[in-house]
Design a protein. Structure first.
Length: 276
């Protein structure tokens, strides 16, 4: 039950990231790179406060694995911010986590992990839900550039998730990744134009709370999850993001969204049924 609650809290934080990012770059017309830079800096600050409060030794900041984690995190942060200039919160999350499944399951196959028929069935049901929601519509065509940016973010997040397995010090690893990511994202990308105060607030909230604390918790629970289960659990994020989009951004829920949500949650249930 504790593991379930931790995963549920983490997925909620991930969904909130979509809403906060959408508000910052769209509603407050904030530069995507400025949003990403402030978000990462706020996340790093929060994580290193937590590091300072604990009694264990400080983590290793620079290592090949930390550099790889920082690059993966930067790829996700930048692609995520660019995509939300025009994508709705729910739609962006669906693209992100739909593409993520390809990365996660593809890596599981490369590593020759045993993937049960039940989990494959659950994944295909859930992905079917994503396909229903993302089916092209003449009423509102989606911008190809933003979709590409979100797919790049999915690749970055998939790599970050895979690197987080078997971390002996989840909080230390996350803090080090964020600190190195600050240097990558900030160099030459911070927009000098005036930024709305509320845009800065949303970026700080996305960095310190839903990213910094959320990712630290994610790295903590990852060792207890198999790769495929971790990937499938993240399919709940688009459903939560759609709900948040309705509540906080005035986005609408169509019959297509409802059907997709039922399929996504049903696929997760099939995959997790009977699993420890």
């Amino acid at each position: 039950m504790k593991l379930f609650l931790a995963v549920a809290l983490t997925m909620t934080a991930f969904a909130a990231n979509s809403v906060l990012n959408r508000i910052g770059v769209a509603n407050y017309d904030m530069s995507p790179m400025s949003f990403a830079a402030i978000r990462v800096a706020a996340g790093a600050a929060m994580l290193w406060v937590l590091i300072a409060l604990r009694k264990t030794p400080a983590p290793v900041i620079v290592s090949p694995k930390r550099l790889a984690g920082a690059v993966a995190l930067a790829t996700y942060m930048i692609g995520f911010s660019w995509a939300y200039q025009s994508l709705d919160a729910g739609i962006g999350a669906l693209i992100l986590f739909g593409a993520l499944q390809v990365v996660i399951f593809g890596w599981a196959i490369i590593e020759k992990q045993a993937v049960s028929a039940q989990r494959w069935l659950g994944m295909f049901i859930a992905l079917g839900g994503l396909c229903v929601l993302l089916w092209p519509s003449e009423i509102r065509p989606m911008p190809a550039a933003r979709i590409t940016a979100m797919i790049a973010a999915a690749v970055g997040w998939g790599a970050y998730t895979l690197l987080g397995r078997r971390e002996a010090d989840p909080l230390g690893a996350t803090a080090s990744n964020f600190l190195l990511c600050v240097l990558i994202v900030a160099i030459g990308f911070i927009n000098r134009d005036p930024v709305a105060p509320m845009g800065i607030v949303t970026a700080i909230a996305a960095g310190a709370i839903t990213s910094g604390l959320g990712y630290a918790l994610w790295y903590r629970v990852l060792p207890s999850l198999q790769t495929t289960i971790a990937g499938i659990a993240q399919l709940s994020v688009p459903v939560i993001a759609v709900a948040f989009g309705v509540l906080f951004l005035g986005e609408t829920v169509s019959l297509k969204m409802t059907i997709a949500g039922v399929l996504v949650l049903g696929g997760i249930a099939v995959s997790l049924y009977g699993q420890k």
